[in-house]
Design a protein around this ligand. Sequence first.
Ligand code: SF4
Ligand code: SF3
Length: 512
Amino acid sequence: MKMFCFQCQETMKNTGCTEGGVCGKRADVANRMDELVRELKRIALTRKPDRELGLFCVQSLFMTITNANFDETRIAAQIERAKKLAGETSVAVPLGVLSCENEDLRSLRELLTYGLKGIAAYADHAAMLGREDDAIYAFVFKALAATAEDHSAEELTALVLEAGSVAVRTMALLDEANTSAYGKPRITKVRTGVGKRPGILISGHDLCDLEELLEQSKEKSIDIYTHSEMLPAHAYPAFRKYPHLYGNYGGAWYRQNLEFASFRGPILMTTNCITPVQSAYKDRIFTTGMAGYPNVPHIPDRPQGGHKDFSAIIALAQRCPPPVELDNMEIVNGFAHDQVLELADKIVAAVKKGAIKRFIVMAGCDGRQASREYFTRTASELPPDTIILTAGCAKYRYNKLALGQIDSIPRVLDAGQCNDSYSLALIALKLKEAFGLDDVNALPLSFDLAWYEQKAVAVLLALLSLGFRKIRLGPTLPAFLSPAVASILVRNFGISGIDTPEHDVAAMMRGE
Ligand code: SF4
Ligand code: SF3
């Protein structure tokens, strides 16, 4: 066995990647990531969290998320910094997932670690906008330390549940950071076609990078296109002010090997998900932030109080031909909590008169496995009196289908990025109030979530901590859940795997 990683949904045979990652991560990089996580645990065991250490730890965890960073050199540099921060210590921390021999304790430790990675990614985005929360850093330290100590299954389970409430807190912090910097998302139509000028394609989740790129590329005779999880940026008032923010290009992250060639201009990957870089576009792709890929130029972090320098990308764009059209339609988004709550009266009235029978939350991730066709078929087969609430890149499985409207409310309400699942939870809690219910699970609401990487783990734990039950999760249940831990989730929270679209649509419509 050259490595062991089972943190994402496409892990080999749904058991673990042992020779190389299905994602393209080489064994040496995977082993370096294990080392980095070990050093973070050492820091957590020996140091008190402060802002500098807290940010360092969340950024390091973010680097190890699936499809964020494939660059061994940068991970090695991060390990060296971590060793210095941990200082001289005799604290021994075992290396790698399999160092814990007890299957159930291992499962709980990894569930906690992956929840932390998701929290870390969201905490980093908030920090880039100047929002940090000492309580989040304190929990990251406590939980990292706990994964290296002797704790019972009960103690680890309690920490997993606490991670859910910290994930809510982190998504709320990021929501606050995004909306105070860029305004409250409004319903927005986004073009998927192309213009006549060269373009820059920006992917990932970091809105601060988008802002700086838009500002620096003004009046340079180029257009900016969003990709994958950057699509929701169009709904923020601050970004709508830039006429050269042209539209959204392509589908979800995993199609980049098919779609980046025809973009023909530079591509900026701000976070996950980057996939193995193809020769057709290797000379015009860049990373920034925690993203990284060997031999791909990396735009350095902004200096204190300053901004990143995107001039090299902009200059390259000016020498490139315009993108080739992939399709030409409009996608409607911007249904974050404030916007949906403005429609609350209309929605409540539609439910009361029977025009809306059920809401189905289909948030989460997309991915390349053919079995994810399930989500397209489920969206298509849901009865016309249902509303799909979505967030995250899972939406690309159905956001270009003509699913129609109910009383002028679109049948797919897209709240934004995966972290905007927070908006969906707020909407559900408000609907509970509007209907005078005691329990959110009494709403006509079902969950059919698609997961892929560790941010989805944080979102799932957040939903559980808010009291949501009976969540379907697909296309497979996580390999890191041991049978005993999976049965706790099934028994206590009603989590289940998916079946066929026909079966699940019928079951959800019965409230099961
Ligand atoms: Fe395998 Fe996923 Fe880990 Fe990549 S991130 S090595 S695909 S389990
Ligand atoms: Fe997507 Fe990577 Fe998870 Fe942010 S972009 S949801 S997979």
